[in-house]
Design a protein around this ligand. Structure first.
Ligand SMILES: NC(=O)c1ccc[n+]([C@@H]2O[C@H](COP(=O)([O-])OP(=O)(O)OC[C@H]3O[C@@H](n4cnc5c(N)ncnc54)[C@H](O)[C@@H]3O)[C@@H](O)[C@H]2O)c1
Length: 365
């Protein structure tokens, strides 16, 4: 009989009972483990239409119950919250059904693919009194959280922000080394149109959502953007001029992919200090290296961030908010809608070359 070797994982008495919808790559690489390692959550149920995936994941992660039918999982009164880990195109439908069944939701990013469906979800969330947190988990990167705290409490007014997210051509070399071996199923449900067929769309939704969320987390509301896109030798590079609601200027760089190592980070210039951050490929579960210089003491401030399991930390934050009323640390549905609006505005601006206000955009990227 095998026994789990426990080291630093301490489970609290009250654990939020989670049902994970989707047994695809992100659930396999992040969410199942996050539920099992979280101090205040339990991997109660898993669900996927693909029976073979459910059987395989159940053998590894041992949830209490398994489902193939999402409706049946939602009808289980023991399930308190759902992690929606399905394709972007299904997020609104799946989150909406969970809310209708009285469940809290941690939905993968982006919360949806059009402004209209995200706004409708936001309305439903507000009326429900339930929590929907969006899975832009970099907010739980200790270095990025430290930068945000410094910006809010010590930096004074913002002057300018630059942020970049440049995927690496060696991405899969690294993730294959770091992630568990992922399994796929011919029975998995995917959107009718292959989401990867349109690369601009796929990269903006999948990767741009992280870049934009980090920029908003550190710099505040973005009011309008002017974006350029260049495609060469199979690479895509968006350079985006941004204007924040407080008038500060910004520059975002989304490049898929740079011919070097993963390259992600930010620089923030403020009234009483500045912040410089380097972020690593998320699968290292390593804190961003962040230095916050304060003119008040003439020193650079730096955090270790030893615990940087961002997927587990985002789930613990989610559960703390639901179980104990702790302030929301993750991205709210408003943050998710604003991030999607920013991506749509970037897309429109690439088409027209003009500045595009987030308030004016409709449709999808
Ligand atoms: N936060 C991150 O770092 C990160 C990283 C990778 C992917 N993601 C996001 O995670 C999401 C999922 O990505 P993926 O690659 O795992 O997706 P995927 O489409 O490969 O897998 C989703 C699984 O959900 C199942 N499913 C879909 N509809 C269902 C239904 N109605 N009932 C039961 N099962 C259903 C499918 O059968 C499939 O197995 C995407 O939104 C993606 O953007 C986030």
């Amino acid at each position: 009989m095998v026994k789990e070797r426990r080291t630093t994982i301490e489970k609290e008495a009250r654990q939020l009972r989670i049902g994970v919808l989707g047994c695809g790559p992100i659930a396999q690489a992040a969410h199942f483990e996050a539920c099992r390692k979280a101090r205040n959550a339990e991997l109660y149920a898993i669900c996927d239409l693909a029976e073979d995936l459910v059987a395989r994941m159940s053998a590894i992660h041992e949830p209490r119950v398994t489902y193939q039918d999402y409706g049946a999982m939602l009808a289980d009164p023991q399930v308190e919250a759902v992690i929606v880990a399905t394709a972007d195109q299904f997020h609104v439908e799946h989150a909406s059904r969970a809310l209708a069944a009285g469940k809290h939701v941690l939905v993968e990013k982006p919360p949806g693919v059009t402004v209209e469906e995200c706004e409708a979800l936001r309305e439903q969330v507000l009326a429900s009194g339930l929590l929907v947190q969006v899975g832009t988990m970099k907010r739980f990167d200790p270095g990025i959280a430290f930068a945000r705290q410094f910006i809010k409490e010590d930096m004074g007014q913002l002057l300018a922000l630059k942020a970049w997210y440049c995927d690496s051509t060696y991405r899969y070399t690294v993730t294959d080394n770091l992630q568990p071996i992922l399994v796929t199923s011919a029975h998995a449900r995917r959107p009718a149109d292959d989401p990867k067929a349109n690369k601009r769309r796929y990269y903006l939704l999948g990767h741009g959502s992280h870049l934009v969320d980090t920029a908003r987390f550190l710099g505040g509301e973005i009011a309008r953007v002017q974006a350029r896109l260049i495609e060469k030798f199979g690479a895509y590079c968006w350079f985006v001029a941004t204007e924040f609601a407080d008038g500060s200027v910004g520059h975002l760089d989304l490049t898929m992919a740079v011919r070097m190592d993963w390259h992600e980070g930010f620089q923030v210039y403020g009234e009483y200090g500045s912040v410089v951050g380097k972020t690593f490929n998320p699968w290292y579960l390593r804190s961003s290296e962040v230095e916050c210089f304060s003119v008040r003491d003439g020193q650079y401030h730096r955090l270790l961030g030893a615990d940087a399991h961002v997927y587990r930390l985002q789930l613990e934050g989610f559960a703390d908010t639901i179980l104990h009323g702790a302030p929301l640390r993750g991205a709210s549905i408003e943050d998710g809608v604003a991030a999607l609006r920013t991506l749509v505005a970037i897309s429109r601006s690439v088409e027209s070359g003009a500045w595009v206000s987030l308030a004016d955009v409709t449709g999808g990227v």
